[in-house]
Ligand binder design. Structure first.
Ligand code: ZN
Ligand code: ZN
Length: 360
């Protein structure tokens, strides 16, 4: 049974709660979440009353695709879709029509107001639904994480991580191997950072050559059915020095503390603090300059933010990353990141690659 109808039913309940007659959904990711449509242009008008028509709109390029992917909704072929559906909302007599203010420009709103009265800013409603993943979403995330796990295992097994290769070569091979394991593509630009570059949290791969004794930080993910995986592992080439082992052990303990704190009702700031405290206690607080993690799903970065400035509490079914790092400028850095799903008693780990220090 496709998951989209239950998602729209949950949204309708929110519309009733917000006293809205309809919601004009113009964010393409939200349209995909509510309908399954994967084309590049679409909008959706969701009526609060289940007896009223919920209308999907796309343009002529996607006629056949819309028939196949959205067979269960009334379809309109027109453009621009937002104005076509706004006119439909007026025709259907909807009094209070919510729109996604965070995705509408000032000019776009002016154009909408020419077509329909009673527009009400209603940002973040679908995003709130997307916080808690349903079974279909977790399964897609699981497959995305498995593709990344297998790609890294293949890379190491086939000698892809070795002195003499460049960061760019390793990134390309890793991304190719994710495709081999079912990914539609990488879920973001892969980070391959060797030696001193590993101390740069978001380093772009360069032509720098990997050397024996380097820490090599790999932060990458796979895209499957629109869902993004996100994993970081830091390995050592050749032989690990004592300082590298110590640094690795510290980050590993911090990461374990963060994972252990991932429970329903936990404050997102408390989860960040649980992991961060381990690093602060070791005297490296300032060397961990970013948040602990982020939600992940149809976007690589989505709510909730696990950080000092984050807000709210966790619920079972949320998918998040836990990714502490310590970066010693000019020397090297370690980050360890998993993608997990919050569950009642303990989180479900989706990225299954070992977190023991791997020396290749
Ligand atoms: Zn990452
Ligand atoms: Zn991440």
């Amino acid at each position: 049974m496709p998951p989209h109808a239950p998602r729209r039913a949950a949204l309708r309940a929110m519309l009733v709660e917000q006293d809205l007659d309809a919601l004009l959904v113009t964010d393409l990711v939200n349209v995909r979440y509510l309908t399954g449509f994967t084309g590049s242009n679409a909008a959706l008008l969701v009526a609060a009353d289940p007896q009223r028509s919920t209308v999907f709109c796309t343009d002529g390029r996607y006629l056949a695709q819309a028939e196949a992917q959205v067979p269960d909704l009334e379809r309109v072929i027109d453009r621009p879709c937002d104005l076509a559906l706004a006119a439909r909302a007026a025709k259907d007599g909807h009094g209070r029509v919510g729109f996604e203010g965070q995705h509408v420009t000032v000019d776009g709103l002016a154009a909408l107001e020419q077509v329909v009265e009673g527009l009400v800013g209603a940002s973040g409603l679908v995003e709130r639904l997307r916080l808690v993943k349903d079974d279909a979403e977790v399964e897609a995330l699981r497959m995305a994480c498995a593709a990344a796990d297998r790609a890294l295992a293949d890379l190491v097994e086939h000698g892809g991580l070795r002195a003499g290769r460049t960061e760019k070569e390793v990134a390309r091979e890793l991304e190719g191997r994710m495709l081999d394991h079912g990914a539609a593509g990488p879920s973001f630009d892969s980070i391959v950072a060797a030696g001193p570059h590993s101390a740069i949290p978001h380093h772009e791969p360069t032509d720098a050559v990997l050397k024996a004794g380097d820490l090599v930080k790999l932060d990458f993910g796979a895209l499957v059915d629109g869902y993004h995986s996100d994993m970081t592992r830091t390995l050592v080439l050749g032989k690990a020095a004592d300082w590298q082992r110590d640094l690795y052990d510290l980050v590993l303990r911090s990461q374990a503390a963060g994972r252990a704190a991932l429970l329903p009702d936990a404050d997102v700031r408390a989860v960040d603090a649980a992991s961060r405290q381990v690093i602060v206690d070791a005297g490296y607080g300032p060397r961990f300059p970013h948040g602990l993690g982020h939600g992940v799903g149809l976007r690589i970065h989505e709510a909730p933010a696990l950080s000092k400035s984050g807000e709210g509490t966790l619920s079972a079914g949320m998918a998040v990353t836990v990714e502490p790092g310590v970066y010693l400028s000019g020397k090297g850095g370690v980050r360890i990141e998993d993608t997990l799903v919050v569950r009642e008693s303990a989180p479900e780990l989706l990225t299954l690659t070992t977190k023991e220090l791997v020396v290749v």
